[in-house]
Design a protein around this ligand. Structure first.
Ligand SMILES: NC(=O)c1ccc[n+]([C@@H]2O[C@H](COP(=O)([O-])OP(=O)(O)OC[C@H]3O[C@@H](n4cnc5c(N)ncnc54)[C@H](O)[C@@H]3O)[C@@H](O)[C@H]2O)c1
Length: 335
């Protein structure tokens, strides 16, 4: 067993988070890569990566025998191709969300990751956001009783973010960004079994898809849910999330330093709310990297593997289909 993590980071925009995650873990950085020379130079200088470890083409280090963890943070349309190239080369891969944009690509990613014998993790980073980790812990403690309704939202202004690959209709806002809120609800309440949705388009003239979508969903055990996605909203980024149980309620967010917990007294009457202070760490790349590195070093299973990432996208695809057809859709989780 290799006792050390030696990493290659691909994509030097959001992917710089992964360089920082690797550094905070104490991993050795063998390569950083970006096909844009300016972005590569900026990251190289920022993190003091020597010139000989900077690459514009990942094929130049794909077979480096020392590298045992590769992070992939490039446009969503390329996730499957690049991740699968590295998996086939025997490398463990941490790839950004969403896993893929089409059913065919989801299936390909699952097939290759399972055949490769290497480990794969999809970066649904909200599972490491302190407020959401705390919410999960509170739910599991039983303090809010049995869940009956969960809602989350992904509201983010893409006015300046809509480059070509984000404007691609396959990269619908529900899949590209909304996957965070959908994945969060799946993590907290299980897989939605049925979804219905409406979309509107008033904010982003440069895209051909709805820039706001509201989906309602039915989970097992009598739990109902809602996801709101707006990729043109005129406000700060938020993933406000409210979790209703039979004995209490949790209100939390990825961008707020406090969360609110309501509980009940012996007679079932709502008590004064508790305010819980919480670290704001919307992109907890250090924790995400650590979890994956430990799974590699200890040869333990990865919770957010390709199947798990594919289920989140399957639920997102069902929402887009429901909004397009006006019909209730049952997400297909059979891969
Ligand atoms: N987890 C999150 O909250 C979060 C936030 C932002 C972005 N993301 C994801 O991260 C990924 C990248 O997003 P971004 O905002 O950095 O995009 P971006 O377009 O700003 O940057 C992508 C970078 O990848 C480089 N690149 C493209 N193809 C490449 C290739 N084949 N080889 C090497 N470099 C290549 C580009 O030159 C560019 O520098 C996307 O999948 C996105 O969905 C996740």
């Amino acid at each position: 067993m290799n006792q050390k993590i030696v990493v290659a980071n691909i994509g030097m925009k959001f992917g710089m988070c992964h360089v920082e995650g690797a550094m905070s873990y104490g991993a050795e950085i063998a390569a950083i890569c970006d096909k844009n020379e300016e972005n590569l130079r900026f990251a190289g200088e920022r993190y003091n990566i020597p010139e000989e470890k900077r690459f514009t083409d990942y094929m130049d280090f794909i077979n480096d025998p020392d590298i045992n963890l590769v992070t992939v943070a490039i446009p969503d349309q390329q996730h499957v191709k690049v991740s699968c190239d590295f998996l086939r080369a025997g490398k463990n891969v941490l790839c950004e969300k969403p896993l893929a944009l089409t059913r065919e690509d989801l299936e390909e990613m699952i097939r290759v990751s399972e055949e490769s014998g290497a480990k794969f993790m999809v970066g649904q980073i909200c599972r490491f956001t302190p407020a959401f980790e705390k919410a999960k812990e509170l739910i599991e403690s039983g303090i809010i009783g049995e869940l009956y309704y969960v809602e989350s939202e992904y509201a983010h202004d893409y006015m300046k973010l809509c480059d070509d690959w984000r404007a691609d209709p396959k990269r619908h806002g529900v899949i590209g960004g909304g996957c965070h809120a959908v994945d969060l609800l799946r993590w907290l309440a299980g897989d939605p079994k049925e979804v219905f949705a409406y979309g509107t388009h008033k904010l982003l003239p440069m895209v051909d898809y709805d820039d706001a979508t509201i989906a309602i969903m039915k989970f097992d055990n009598g739990v109902a849910g809602k996801v709101f996605v707006s990729t043109g909203c005129k406000r700060d980024y938020t993933m406000r999330t409210v979790i209703y149980g039979t004995k209490g309620t949790i209100i939390c967010d990825n961008t707020s330093p406090t969360m609110t917990l309501f509980t009940v007294d012996e007679e079932g009457v709502t008590k004064e709310p508790q305010t819980i202070e919480i670290e704001v760490n919307n992109h907890n790349a250090a924790r995400e990297f650590e979890i994956f590195a430990e799974a590699i070093l200890n040869d333990t299973p990865v919770a957010m593997d390709a199947r798990e990432g594919a289920k989140t996208v399957a639920a997102c695809l069902a929402i887009v289909e429901a909004a397009t057809t006006g019909k209730i859709v049952k997400p297909d989780y059979n891969f």
